[in-house]
Write a protein that binds this ligand. Structure first.
Ligand code: FEO
Length: 164
């Protein structure tokens, strides 16, 4: 049985993962509207990954006999600016998620909730990958700038992202 405090914290994280999915879907539509179909595709795949992150936590919570407490999902902002800004905002968002995951991990450890700690290890590792992946795109975008032909090459590269 999971503690009420851990249950509440996991429910909050589930909501945040779903809000991340909404954010990336909105960003994807923003890129699509500007004919950057590769960036749009990458962000849509990312939205799917965030939903998968939420579902993985739901499964864990239910396996621990916790109660799923779904709340309204925050509407994403509108008007993300150019592609560089979109991915800078994505990186900023992921850094925020990393901080939340680390706080959850710390809570699990302080409660001696070893099962939650183990489950959260996956998310700690995932955040390293997420920040690295997005950071690379931000670096490439800074290198080429958002005008000129190179950004379309990057766009075509990101169109190749597969689903996991
Ligand atoms: Fe679920 Fe991108 O963190």
């Amino acid at each position: 049985m999971i503690s009420k405090t851990m249950q509440d914290a996991l429910n909050a994280q589930i909501n945040l993962e779903q809000a991340s999915a909404q954010l990336y879907l909105a960003m994807s539509a923003h890129c699509e509207a500007r004919s950057f179909r590769g960036f749009a595709h990458w962000l849509k795949v990312q939205a799917g990954e965030e939903t998968a992150h939420a579902l993985k936590l739901v499964d864990f919570l239910l396996a621990r006999k916790g109660t799923l407490d779904l709340r309204p999902i925050a509407a994403p902002p509108t008007g993300f600016g150019g592609v560089i800004e979109v991915f800078e905002k994505t990186l900023e968002h992921e850094k925020g998620i990393t901080a939340r995951i680390n706080a959850l991990f710390e809570q699990a450890r302080s409660e001696k909730d070893f099962a939650s700690e183990m489950a959260l290890q996956w998310y700690v590792t995932e955040q390293v990958e997420e920040e690295s992946r997005v950071g690379l795109i931000v670096d490439h975008l800074h290198a080429v700038g958002d005008k000129g032909g190179a950004i379309w090459y990057l766009d075509s590269r990101l169109a190749k992202r597969g689903t996991t």
